[in-house]
Design a binder for this molecule. Structure first.
Ligand code: BG6
Length: 490
């Protein structure tokens, strides 16, 4: 293993999302989001498709559900009331940056409201002021999987072009009111994800699209998000020339299962399907292969005459991404073992170990991903999610001995350092996902924990909500303090 070194101003930190941590779903003028309407389901850890299957009937049930029903995102970890304590703990670890998201429905109770909800604005201002106290830079995602419920009930989520103007108004309010606190922005979390879980990314419920193939609706909704994102990028840069605004993708990484040309082709096609929307956000136009794909499916993509110009003018400053695991692709998967991953299933890689949720840990895959992205986009990169979800146990001594998390972190820090120093990748920073335990996105479990800070609450909302520092808390502190040089586990 080579010595690890990082640029002097490397931004170490952690990441969360409003819908997974804030709780306080119905107070201080917050409107409902789709995330508040996703029930807890005991369907087994591996099957993300069942977790994201959703119907209008379920939505209607959720809208009238009482407190006895288990909707985990409604409570999160009650960060809304604990933010000062949580930020103090982040500061103790030495965070330079904290990635968080703003909940659209806290800023506009209903997306069509003419004026914003001042209570919601006050909450985020307080968070930013608290971060400032400790010199922690915020990195803010405008939309992390929580379309407002009215966008879904009154419209058809992001399929409706009206979403663009509504988002534009929301983004403008965020820039106007928070621009003095925030230098780093992201528009949509995991912008490619709508193809895998359209309900949380786009507010698209399949049974509401009987008039067209559902996949066509997804492509259309994606187009609208691309336009909304480009408009937000342009607006941000006009208002704050110093600001940096990026895109955010799920950096899935597939290896060909064998050296058969067919497996290589399948891998290439799969990787393109991951890059296609980031290609738009970086290059300012649809890649030909995506247009071809839409044409080959006989789908019609409605575009307005001004869209081309909007995309051209709204290209991003940097490319950020999440990275957790890798798996393999085979042209024919018959008889092969499959492995679950971050809202994907791939062929199991016999050379990799898996987490308790079956995600295959692969630090070298991170290095490969960094190189691939840098070669493709030539933009500074930012790892805004990486981490390990496990079932932590509080030992008899009251502590959480999570050596597995330290090892995962160590190996990924090594991979980043190698990519920077040996492969010449430009990497701005690293924010560990779920730096404090939060509700899992794909399984809605609290028991799938990523944090350096344990939160005492279970899948059903029982617990004290007390925060406890895990062993990895001290390890990450050591890594940050030494700017990534001291990665040995003592
Ligand atoms: C990313 C999402 O894809 O993966 C996060 O942006 C999510 O919201 C994270 O929490 C980890 O996935 P999960 O399903 O383990 O929470």
């Amino acid at each position: 293993m080579s010595k690890t070194t990082f640029p002097e101003n490397f931004m170490w930190g952690g990441a969360t999302a409003a819908n997974q941590c804030e709780g306080a779903w119905n107070i201080d003028g917050k409107g409902m989001t789709i995330e508040d309407c996703l029930p807890y389901r005991e369907v087994g850890v591996a099957d993300f498709t069942k977790q994201f299957a959703y119907s209008t009937e379920e939505l209607e049930k959720a809208l009238i559900a009482g407190p006895e029903e288990n909707y985990p995102k409604r409570r999160g970890i009650d960060h809304y009331h604990h933010y000062k304590e949580d930020i103090r703990l982040f500061a103790e670890m030495g965070f330079k940056i904290y990635r968080m998201s703003i909940c659209w429905s806290r800023i506009y109770t209903n997306p069509e409201d003419p004026t914003p909800n001042e209570k919601g604005i006050e909450f985020y201002e307080n968070v930013f002021k608290e971060l400032k106290k400790y010199d922690i830079e915020p990195l803010v995602t405008l939309s992390h999987y929580d379309p407002p419920i009215e966008l879904i009930t009154k419209y058809r989520g992001w399929y409706s072009r009206e979403a663009i103007d509504l988002f534009d108004k929301y983004a403008k309010t965020c820039f106007e009111r928070f621009g003095k606190y925030v230098k780093y922005w992201l528009t949509f979390n995991e912008v490619d994800a709508m193809l895998r879980h359209p309900v949380t990314s786009g507010g698209l419920i399949e049974d509401r699209f009987t008039d067209m193939p559902f996949e066509q609706a997804i492509y259309q909704a994606m187009h609208h998000q691309m336009i909304a994102s480009a408009k937000a990028v342009k607006m941000c840069k006009e208002m704050y020339p110093e600001a940096q605004i990026g895109c955010m993708m799920t950096k899935l990484c597939f290896y060909p299962f064998t050296c058969k040309p067919e497996d290589n082709l399948a891998t290439q096609q799969r990787m393109r399907s991951i890059y296609r929307y980031v290609d738009i956000q970086v290059f300012g136009e649809y890649p030909k292969y995506l247009l071809k794909e839409i044409e080959n499916k006989n789908f019609v993509l409605h575009q307005e005459p001004e869209d081309e110009k909007i995309l051209k003018e709204g290209t991003v400053d940097f490319v950020s991404f999440s990275y957790y695991m890798t798996s393999c692709m085979a042209a024919d998967t018959t008889g092969l073992d499959m492995a679950p991953g971050n809202t994907v299933n791939g062929v199991k890689n016999p050379y990799l170990a898996s987490s308790e949720w079956g995600w295959q840990t692969d630090p070298i895959g991170l290095r490969i991903s960094l190189v691939d992205l840098y070669d493709r986009y030539r933009k500074p990169l930012f790892i805004v999610e990486n981490g390990l979800g496990e079932k932590d146990v509080v030992s008899e001594d009251g502590k959480i001995h999570d050596d597995y998390r330290k090892e995962y972190l160590r190996d990924h820090v090594q991979a980043m350092s190698d990519a920077i120093n040996e492969d010449g990748v430009e990497l701005l920073g690293y924010t560990w996902w779920g730096c404090i335990d939060i509700i899992s996105e794909s399984t809605r479990q609290m028991s799938k924990r990523y944090g350096f800070i344990y939160v005492d609450v279970d899948d059903y909302g029982n617990g004290t909500y007390n925060r406890i520092k895990k062993d990895s808390f001290y390890y990450y502190k050591q890594v940050i303090e030494s700017n990534g040089e001291k990665i040995e586990i003592r």
